[in-house]
Design a protein around this ligand. Structure first.
Ligand code: GRF
Length: 218
C-alpha cells in the first residue's frame, strides 16, 4: 500500500476526487492524512466522513514561514508518505520545504502552465482572450508554479464564459487528471528524472494520459 498525504486549505474537491478514484479503481493507495492550515476547511468534514485522519496546523500559530514549514514537514513525515499532494493548499512553501520533499510533492494549478502562474487565473485567462484554458499537475519546486509538468487538461473558452463558469469547467478536468497523475506516480508508471517526468519503464505513461487531456467540445 502506498501512502499519500494531502494538504488542503478549503473546499477540498480535488482531495475528494482523488479519494473517490482510489476507492472506485481499488488502487493500492491509502490517504494517510489530510492536513489543513485552516480549521474551517470544508474538505476536513469530507475526510472525517470517509474516516481519513486529519490534522489542522494553523500558520497563524507560528512565528514566520520557516517555523510553520518545519512543523508542517514534521507532521507530514510522521505519516511516512510516498507522495504529498497539494490540493488547494493556499500557502507558499519555503525553498527548504520544497527541497526536503523534492520528487514527492505534487500540485494542481488552474491554468495551462507556464501561462497564468499565481492567483485569479480564470479571470486573467478571460482578460487575455485566450481560446484554450485548463489545468496542470506539476512537481513542486522552490519557484512558484514552475515545477516539471506531469499532466495537463485543456478546455475551450466560450464567448459567454464568466470566471466562475470557466472555473467550474476547469475544475471538472482537475478532478480527472489529478487522480490519474497521483496513481501514475505511485504505481511507478512515471518517474521524475533530472527535472523531467519520464516513463517508468513499461511504456504506459503517454498512453494512460492520452484519453483525458481534452474536454469534449459541445
Ligand atoms: C483548484 O482550482 C486548484 O487548482 C487550486 O485551488 C483550487 C482548489 O480547489 N490550486 P479544491 O479545494 O480542491 O476544491
Amino acid at each position: 500500500m502506498k501512502r499519500l498525504v494531502i494538504l488542503i486549505s478549503g473546499r477540498g474537491s480535488n482531495f475528494g476526487a482523488i479519494a473517490d478514484q482510489i476507492r472506485v479503481n481499488g488502487w493500492p493507495i491509502e490517504v494517510a492524512c489530510v492536513i489543513s492550515n485552516r480549521a474551517d476547511a470544508k474538505g476536513l468534514e469530507h475526510a472525517h466522513s470517509l474516516g481519513i485522519p486529519t490534522t489542522v496546523l494553523s500558520h497563524r500559530d507560528f512565528d514566520g514561514r520557516d517555523a510553520f514549514d518545519a512543523a508542517l514537514a514534521t507532521a507530514i513525515e510522521g505519516h511516512r508518505p510516498d507522495l504529498v499532494v497539494l490540493a488547494g493548499f493556499m500557502r507558499i512553501l519555503s525553498a527548504a520545504f520544497c527541497h526536503r520533499f523534492a520528487g514527492r510533492l505534487l500540485n494542481i494549478h488552474p491554468s495551462l502552465l507556464p501561462a497564468f502562474t499565481g492567483l485569479d487565473t480564470h479571470q486573467r485567462a478571460l482578460d487575455a482572450g485566450v481560446k484554450i484554458h485548463g489545468c496542470t499537475v506539476h512537481a513542486v519546486t522552490a519557484e512558484l508554479d514552475h515545477g516539471p509538468i506531469l499532466a495537463q487538461a485543456a478546455v475551450a473558452v466560450r464567448a459567454d464564459d464568466t470566471a466562475d463558469v470557466l472555473a467550474a469547467r476547469v475544475l471538472r478536468m482537475e478532478h480527472r487528471i489529478y487522480p490519474m497523475a497521483v496513481a501514475a506516480v505511485l504505481s511507478g508508471r512515471v518517474r521524475l528524472v533530472n527535472g523531467r517526468w519520464v516513463d517508468g519503464g513499461r511504456g504506459e505513461f503517454e498512453h494512460a494520459f492520452a484519453s483525458c487531456v481534452l474536454e469534449p467540445i459541445a
